[in-house]
Design a protein around this ligand. Structure first.
Ligand code: DX5
Ligand code: ZN
Length: 235
């Protein structure tokens, strides 16, 4: 069974509803505070935080320090995506910085239960992520232990890439495997067209960076994505 999601935020991610999670990676780093407030005022209740270490992925983004600075200024659920080689080593730092859920990549460990235990130890929700060519059977054994599964629809490391349609069958497969209080998140290349495909396949949480923060009106772009996802999910 999944442990209670211990979070000080009022949002309980287990409530099964469509959620768009703006990815901070695509925001203007010269005015992050304002960008976070803007998207929160637009109605976002989950913020996706892409952490990159330059080892697991060929890019470096930000660390727990940035998250700690943002934490007091936002009530959003901090959905922290660790694209790093040693997630267990840094779980405590990201939890203390204010992450509500920490997602690690199955590709970085042959002991996922240890990583999950370490994240849980710091009262964080737990997610597991799979890259575009990683099969569902790589995470089957840990599914009962996580709160969220993240299916990468681009190769991790950069925003602004094109959606990889080949991952959709994995979304459909996972949709039938997860319980009602587990989230199925898709991440990368999400825009009004691809979000519809992903929602139709069974995803319920959609990470979007470029299509929100790259838009002249980020608030409207966020609201439009929510609308597209809800329409597609209702079939
Ligand atoms: C990529 C990240 C994604 C990315 C999404 O490694 O995990 O969250 O920032 O950005 P877009 O929406 O631009 O693909
Ligand atoms: Zn991400």
């Amino acid at each position: 069974m999944n442990a209670e999601l211990n979070t000080t935020r009022a949002i309980d991610l287990r409530e099964k509803q469509i959620r768009v999670a703006p990815s901070l990676l695509a925001a203007d780093f010269a005015q992050l505070g304002e960008q976070v407030s803007l998207i929160e005022r637009a109605g976002a209740d989950v913020l996706h935080l892409d952490v990159m270490d330059g080892h697991f992925v060929p890019n470096i983004s930000f660390g727990p320090g940035l998250i700690a600075h943002l934490r007091p200024h936002s009530k959003m659920f901090f959905d922290t995506h660790l694209m790093i080689a040693e997630p267990a080593r840094y779980a405590e730092a990201f939890a203390q910085a204010g992450s509500d859920l920490i997602t690690f990549h199955i590709e970085v460990t042959d002991k996922p239960a240890d990583v999950i235990a370490e994240i849980r130890k710091h009262n964080c929700g737990v997610g597991v992520a799979i890259n575009p060519t990683t099969n569902v059977d790589a995470i089957e054994s840990v599914l009962p232990s996580v709160d969220l599964v993240l299916v990468m629809s681009v190769w991790p490391g950069f925003g602004g890439q094109s959606f990889i349609d080949d991952v959709l069958p994995k979304v459909e497969q996972l949709h039938g495997m997860l319980s009602h209080n587990q989230r199925l998140e898709i991440d990368g290349g999400i825009d009004p067209t691809t979000i519809a495909k992903a929602a139709a396949a069974g995803a319920d949480t959609f990470v979007a960076g470029t299509s929100i923060f790259g838009s002249p009106d980020s608030a409207e772009a966020y609201r439009n994505l929510c609308k597209c996802a809800a329409e597609a999910a209702s079939g």
